[in-house]
Unconditional design. Sequence first.
Lengths: 252, 228, 77
Amino acid sequence: MSKWIPLWLHKLGSPPTFYRFAGAVRPWAMGLALLAGAIGLYGGLVLAPADYQQGDAYRIIFIHVPSAWMSMFVYAVMGVSGFMALVWRMKLAEVVAMESAPIGAAFTFITLVTGSLWGKPMWGTWWTWDARLTSELVLLFLYLGVIGLYHAFEDRRQGARAASFLAIIGVINVPIVHYSVVWWNTLHQGSTVNVFGHSKMAWDMLWPLLVMTLATKAYYAASLCRRARTDLLALEGGKDWVRQIAEAEATP
Amino acid sequence: MSRASLPRACAAMLRRDLLLAWRRRGDLAMPVLYAVIVVVLFPFALGPDLALLQRIAGGVVLVTVLLAMLLALDAMFASDIEDGSLEQLVLAPQPLALMLGMKILAHWLATALPLVVIAPLLAGMLHLPTTAIPALLLALLLATPLLSLLGAVLVALTAGTRRSGMLLALMLLPLCVPVVIFAAGAVAAAQEGLPWFAPVAWLGAALILCVVLAPLACAAALRIALDA
Amino acid sequence: MSAMQHLLAVGGDAAAFFRMGGYAAYVWPAYAVFFAVLVADTLAPRLRRRRILRELRGRLTRQAARERRATSVSRSP
């Protein structure tokens, strides 16, 4: 590994250290997620006024938009840590990339479902072949492909590297899909719905949205910590530090 | 290993793969047969309405060719992995990307070219106007190598796994969306009498990019999947 | 209690809050999906962790038993 990576990062890269670190971070992240989630939902569902055009249906935005942001943010994290896993063969980067995939797929799924639940009363249809919707669907397929490829290998580390490679291909692919669908929509004019003609949001509506975004970010951190800890236990099954944990947690 | 032997190695690789494909020419007919069956089923499902069939003809032919290629994609490196010749290739002094490029070319010649050849027949069965046939052929000639190249990267990634058929389809779908959009866009534009050069040019640009990058990515993927 | 009072003061009454201006059939399922998926995402690794540790303990017990047997065999003759 290169010299410019600071020492603490090297130390954090060792599985037992990261296991303890993630164990210390997780309760705080989860607590922050629950607190911010409670505040954001109270602000969004109770305090924020109804939209003058969409009535109360717009309140889906407080989970839909943060989930959509997370679906892309998690993919970016997966791509970057996948790149690190391929270049430096860091075990921890592999774990982070592979354990991010199910969380990202969950957020993408939430985005698609809440989006169509929002679309039905607003545009009168569950689904439209808009560039954003199509990109989100393609993103879900990419996540599922990464998860599927990871589990198709018998050797987990080899599977993680192959799936990381696929994730990097996907990083290039998503913008291409997005712009080709934009082009496709201009070709097939007629059924496009101008969905995202949002004007400036009122502050009463904006702050719960931002707080919910913080909540989903904190939730991702908490979930990633838990998943990475679990995965490290599975990967390092033969090592002493895992053995000690197994014995310490033995149910009497 | 001298420089001059590199073209000879490429030619030998191409000849070997084409010969192997020719020895099993029964398998070569399968994607073609599959494409014909799928296209024949469409009128039965939708009714023999001429206007409707004309409207969907271009898209149906493109998707059928794509699915038929997917059917044959799985076998691209399968026999070479089984008998270990792919691992020999990884260890060989010739650049792996170039050798894989030759293998992809051979696979395209053996499986995709027959599909392109019968595409006008398939289009005719669905009453695609003859004015759109040149656009369809050109789009297919650019889109099928693109799919072969993209597919080869994914096949290389799944080289170390046992079950890969469905997984391959899942992984290829996001990659082939732009290809299908531009190829079908060219055919649709030609059918409506609009200029169809732009989408074909995009396909051509993508193909040039993939010809350069996909063999390199394929080689990298194969090294990961075989853990070489 | 005060939160409920606040809710009553702001949203009229609780029934109106749950009616969501007539969009209850869309808003509440969306929130239900959000929470169901995230709860499932939280529970899955917990179960997996329990399974991994159980399997590891089983393996350690078997290994210990084998070692005991090996030492007793080598001592017996």
